[in-house]
Design a binder for this molecule. Structure first.
Ligand code: OAD
Length: 259
């Protein structure tokens, strides 16, 4: 994208008083987290839509846990990149109202928020996690939920993690295909998107709803979309500006400074 696109994008950013940022797997690509729909997103021969479902878990919980354990292992070795850090700095700068909404379950926005905040309160840069967290588990039967970062043994069904309260199987605390998002989270996300002057959409294929509909709520509310993605998406024709390329490169440039 030409520098002209960057100048327009910077103006959109500078003029926005309320900014809603929607991120997807592309923002973590530079950190080494595989995207879902890129060629490296495949695990063995499975597509995410075949494994990230309640039906797949009911049929073969060991296989589903094995896939998640692979992703958890990859993500444990990943650190936030310049894109996560730029967003955290923006949210913590206090110049405008900024809220980060993420479809990612990798925890890298939170890690960037804490690193950039240093000793300060990181909460303005903590994301609203639309699809949950890969480092939390929840019970398939009772309301039990907990953080769980340690590696799991997925070599046999008998060894899969069980609820300390009711002994039912635990599952990753993420939203699967065919499952609704948490009501409160979705309501908050729509409120933020609707009232934003600008929705900055970063590294998402914009194919999975309702997350992909959030930028449309901004447009309906009179705001604009600024997109950062390596490729075109269904949102590109609706974007005021679409910057083509790596989020880890573009996001630090959006707040001014050197081109
Ligand atoms: P996808 O894998 O569908 O899309 C990643 C997007 O990031 C694509 O549009 C890429 O072009 C773009 N991209 C890749 N590398 C990039 C980079 N370095 N900089 C900028 N853009 C880059 O991931 P999501 O859109 O996040 O849901 O997928 C949405 C949901 O589908 C996920 O949250 C997950 C998935 O299955 C569930 O698990 C429910």
């Amino acid at each position: 994208m030409a520098v002209e696109g960057l100048e327009q994008a910077r103006k959109l950013m500078a003029d926005a008083r309320k900014l809603c940022v929607l991120t997807g797997a592309g923002i973590s690509a530079e950190s080494g987290v595989p995207t879902f729909r890129g060629p490296e997103g495949l695990w063995r021969t499975f597509r995410p839509e075949e494994l990230a479902t309640p039906e797949a878990f009911a049929r073969d919980p060991r296989l589903v846990w094995e896939w998640y354990e692979w992703r958890r292992g990859v993500i444990r070795g990943c650190r936030p990149n310049a894109g996560h850090e730029a967003l955290a700095r923006l949210a913590l700068s206090g110049g405008k109202e900024v809220r980060i909404l993420t479809q990612n379950v990798d925890g890298l926005h939170e890690e960037a928020a804490r690193a950039v905040a240093g000793g300060r309160d990181p909460s303005p840069a903590l994301p609203l996690e639309l699809h949950g967290s890969i480092f939390r588990v929840r019970c398939t039967r009772c309301p039990y939920r907990s953080t769980h970062r340690e590696p799991l043994d997925t070599s046999s069904t008998d060894l899969l993690p069980r609820c300390p309260r009711c002994r039912s199987l635990l599952r990753p605390d993420v939203v699967w295909f065919g499952e609704p998002l948490d009501d409160e989270v979705l309501q908050e996300a729509y409120d933020l998107a609707r009232h934003a002057d600008l929705c900055l959409v970063v590294g998402t294929s914009a194919l999975v709803h309702p997350a992909a509909s959030l930028p449309l709520a901004t447009v309906r509310g009179g705001g604009a979309i600024l997109e950062v993605n390596t490729t075109e998406t269904p949102l590109t024709p609706l974007a005021a500006v679409s910057l083509r390329g790596n989020a880890a490169v573009w996001l630090p440039l959006l707040q001014g400074g050197e081109t």
